[in-house]
Design a binder for this molecule. Structure first.
Ligand code: ADP
Length: 545
């Protein structure tokens, strides 16, 4: 017997309509490429998303066709999020930090027919447009008077001119909620980038889940600043959860340096922010020496790579800001786990709580997870045994766009996505990543967690960033070394740093050497690029040999 409830498709346009009707005057504040601050409301956003939908219809652009964006976090990008997907097309957010050849590659692979790009990316588009013959409309996300006269890009129009010609009333089409809504390519650190193709259903369910109290806890009382970019994995779904909750949304545009972020937070009384550790490192290094404090910030979600415990302590002890450690991936929309304490853990001593809060956290309803050994057998949740982390759920990838399915079936026929991460899960369900599978260091038959080694180094007051990699060793297979970039003006010797490890991990896990570098290489999504570090250190020889 079927239930007798309405079966309305979960569509991204319904988030926009809800926002316009129920919190239409909610504010969206954006720092523009031009440097000024732009303000408008969810009602304005909905009206302009409708103009965009008309403009796409008029091109004409067919249902399901791809529209690329090369844009920062800002109101026009928000309009694309809702106008492109809401009208049945697929938004392809492109990471501008990829190499131009890779950008052309992903645009051709996605078959983008429209590209909307920000003023700051004009040189990039000038470099790639000839390689993208499928694009039939080039649009610059700017006012008409900012459009360069001789860009060399055929038919280039300003976004304002383009959408301004159309009315702000539009009836959003209704269609199957499993229709594709947006797509995002992985950073391609291992081979050609692969795309996750999200659906209206997966995105809407993820938006609900992301707002839950034990997840990002986004409400109408918050002023939310996603520093995490809208060009990568939908800014962790915040644009959609914002429309769902009606929080004030503060979008930083291109200015992600510590000073700009701090000033925006203070000016707009931001209560909640989200970003990767490298961004927060910049913020802390800006405010620390100046003795500045946050007057409104209460919570920050940190994820994308392991959040060093020293950063959690700095935020919590130094500034009274709660840190929520999160884990996710492009392929999982991206949220998988988030670390918040359970009721029974509230009375634990601070250091016990800290041990829990360092973990990547508990699975969100909608994400089922397990760890398995090399034979695919499930491993115990004892907080010690580590294995390959597998996940499944309605916002987790089944098959790559134009590619194959990476899913692995278990003995019950359930299909799981292998994350490529190695993790432990404790009896309370808190998952902790020890490594990417490809970064695991195997020494004398035992695994050493590179994240543990990095976290300890980053707990040293002189260290800005640390990356641990394994070096070949004839007796032990591999031994860890730690590459370290120091804070400006700080000093520490190799011996002092190695001593710093004593008592914190087992002796055999202490790295064999410290290599001082000017900077740890960072990839397109703000994560350490260990592949490049390994290349840079290809002639390195362990001192223990
Ligand atoms: P890419 O495009 O490089 O695949 P993703 O953003 O999808 O980028 O990266 C996902 C990976 O990032 C995860 O599989 C994991 O290795 C790492 N990661 C994400 N969050 C965390 C975290 N909190 N701690 C440790 N690693 C993390």
């Amino acid at each position: 017997m079927l239930g007798l409830m309405q079966s309305q498709p979960l569509l991204i346009s319904s988030l926009m309509e809800f926002a316009a009707r129920h919190h239409g005057d909610g504010e969206i504040v954006s720092r523009r490429v031009e440097g000024d601050i732009h303000r408008y409301t969810y009602r304005d956003l909905a009206a302009r998303a409708k103009r965009l939908a008309h403009a796409l219809d008029a091109l004409p652009l067919a249902f399901g066709d791809r529209v690329g964006s090369l844009a920062w976090n800002g109101y026009r990008h928000m309009e694309m999020y809702f106008g492109v997907s809401g009208s049945g097309r697929v938004l392809h957010t492109i990471n501008p930090r990829l190499h131009p050849d890779q950008i052309a590659w992903v645009m051709n692979h996605a078959e983008d027919q429209v590209l909307c790009f920000e003023l700051s990316f004009l040189p990039l588009v000038q470099a790639v447009h000839k390689k993208c013959p499928m694009v039939k409309k080039w649009v610059m996300l700017c006012d008409a008077d900012k459009l360069p006269a001789d860009s060399g890009i055929p038919g280039l129009v300003s976004y304002e001119d383009w959408i301004g010609a159309y009315p702000d009333t539009y009836v959003w089409p209704q269609f199957d909620e499993n229709t594709a809504s947006s797509m995002c390519y992985t950073s391609g650190t291992t081979g050609d980038p692969k795309a996750a193709l999200y659906s209206h259903r997966s995105t809407t369910l993820h938006a609900y889940a992301a707002a839950l109290p034990d997840v990002m806890c986004i409400s109408a009382r918050d002023a939310v600043l996603p520093v995490v970019p809208m060009f990568h994995v939908n800014a962790w779904g915040i644009p959609y959860s914002a429309a769902l909750t009606g929080c004030k949304l503060v979008l930083p545009g291109p200015a992600m340096d510590g000073q700009s972020i701090y000033e925006l937070m203070e000016a707009e009384q931001v209560t909640y922010a989200a970003g990767v550790p490298t961004v927060w490192q910049m913020l802390l290094s800006y405010i620390g020496p100046k003795g500045l404090k946050f007057s409104s910030l209460k919570r920050t979600v940190i994820g994308g790579s392991a959040c060093p415990p020293a950063m959690i302590t700095a935020f919590q002890e130094g500034y009274g800001v709660e840190v929520l450690h999160a884990w996710g991936m492009t392929e999982i929309s991206p949220l998988g786990t988030l670390c918040t304490l359970k009721n029974k853990q509230l009375k634990l001593p601070k250091d016990e709580q800290m041990k829990i809060l360092q973990k990547q956290g508990r699975a969100i309803y909608g994400v089922d997870m397990k760890i398995v050994n090399g034979e695919g057998q499930e491993l115990p949740w004892d907080g010690k045994t580590y294995g390959d982390l597998m996940v499944k759920g309605p916002w987790i990838l089944d098959t790559y766009y134009k590619g194959s399915s990476p899913l692995v079936a278990d003995e019950y026929g359930q299909r799981w996505f292998p994350t490529g991460d190695v993790a432990t899960i404790d009896p309370d369900g808190f998952m902790q990543i020890t490594d990417r599978t490809k970064d695991v260091i195997k020494s004398g038959g035992e695994w050493i967690s590179s994240i543990d080694i990095e976290n300890i180094a980053m707990g040293h007051p002189s260290v800005a960033m640390a990356a641990c990699i394994g070096m070949p060793h004839p007796k032990w297979d591999e031994r860890p070394i730690v590459a370290v970039a120091l804070k400006a003006g700080a000093q520490v010797t190799r011996e002092e740093l190695l001593q710093f490890y004593e008592g914190k991990i087992a002796k055999w896990q202490i790295p064999d050497d410290v290599v001082f570098v000017d900077a740890i290489p960072i990839g397109a999504t703000g994560k350490m690029l260990k592949v490049r570090l390994r290349q840079e250190l290809k002639d390195y020889v362990l001192p223990t040999l």
